[in-house]
Design a protein around this ligand. Structure first.
Ligand SMILES: Nc1ncnc2c1ncn2[C@@H]1O[C@H](COP(=O)(O)OP(=O)(O)OP(=O)(O)O)[C@@H](O)[C@H]1O
Ligand SMILES: [Mg+2]
Length: 282
């Protein structure tokens, strides 16, 4: 096909030989199948911040380290410069996360290049070489649901060991590749240690996996892998491949993890209110 405008500069620079077809146009990006140096790759073209929920971007960008304080102030104020900085941080967050996770052996598409707001990465394919379906488009036998659920919990653990929480993990952001599930769509990924939202996001990611695979294997519905994983992480005992039970003793006396999370959340809300008051005052 004729390259769309946003891909033309990559064609001109020789990063893309040919645009084969458009795969998807989602809320945040348009995705294309392209040929590059004899390989078939995936090109994710980010949409402008204004086309996305900007508030969401700000929420996820909280606590992410920015290069200088002028940038940080502008981002907090939401000025045009600040929006551009937020936008750039958002896009590079996905690229950074992919590099970090691919290096840690997590099942993500390998990133190849990031240029002019376009991410070039492996195309996840099915056994016929076609673009892989999302989990949401597949029906599973109970034993396959349990197997993929276990694989993906292992990937969540591996990600957390690499310091990353996906933050939007669900059946819509996992593709079923020829050799198993592959995790995609990471612009909102957060630093597990440095972001107040991290525990809440981790629990939500794991709960999404439970709800989806629980449709096919209802026995998964009363597992508590999220709390178990976060507790191991918090205690410094999380390792890739660590055996998990799916059980978590809430009233173990030692720590009431959900209570701790509630307190973190309360503190965060208080801080947000304080900032609003400061803004109103000054
Ligand atoms: N590396 C890839 N290989 C194959 N297909 C991909 C790849 N990356 C993205 N896709 C396809 O493009 C779709 C959108 O990608 P992604 O989820 O990263 O963007 P998005 O803007 O968040 O889209 P959405 O709003 O639909 O979630 C995916 O659901 C998937 O079908
Ligand atoms: Mg997506």
């Amino acid at each position: 096909m004729k390259p769309p405008k946003r891909l033309q500069s990559l064609v001109d620079e020789g990063l893309i030989d040919e645009v084969v077809r458009q795969l998807m146009s989602g809320k945040e990006a348009a995705v294309y199948v392209v040929r590059s140096g004899g390989r078939t790759l995936c090109a994710k073209v980010y949409k402008e911040a204004t086309e996305r929920s900007f508030r969401q971007a700000v929420d996820y960008t909280e606590n992410r380290r920015v290069r200088n304080s002028r940038q940080a102030r502008a981002m907090a104020k939401g000025t045009r410069y600040g929006r551009q900085a937020t936008e750039a941080a958002w896009q590079s967050a996905e690229v950074d996360a992919l590099h970090r996770l691919a290096a840690a052996g997590v099942r993500v598409p390998r990133p190849h290049n990031f240029c002019d707001g376009v991410l070039l990465m492996d195309l996840v394919t099915d056994q016929h070489g076609n673009a892989a379906p999302r989990l949401n488009d597949v029906v599973f036998a109970p034993e396959d649901a349990r197997r993929h659920h276990a694989t993906l919990l292992g990937e969540v653990v591996r990600m957390l060991c690499a310091g990353v929480v996906h933050g939007d993990l669900s059946e819509f952001n996992i593709l079923l590749g020829a050799d198993g599930p592959v995790i995609i769509d990471l612009p909102q990924a957060v630093d597990a240690a440095g972001n107040n939202h991290a525990p809440r996001m981790l629990l939500r990611d794991v709960a999404n996996l439970r709800a989806f695979f629980g449709r096919f294997a209802p026995d998964l519905l009363d597992t508590e892998y999220g709390l178990e994983i976060w507790d191991l992480y918090r205690r410094g005992e999380l390792r890739p491949g660590v055996p998990l039970t799916g059980r978590f003793e809430r009233a173990s006396g030692a720590v009431d993890l959900e209570g701790v999370l509630r307190e973190i959340e309360d503190a965060r809300e208080e801080e947000a209110e304080r900032r609003l008051r400061l803004q109103a005052a000054g």
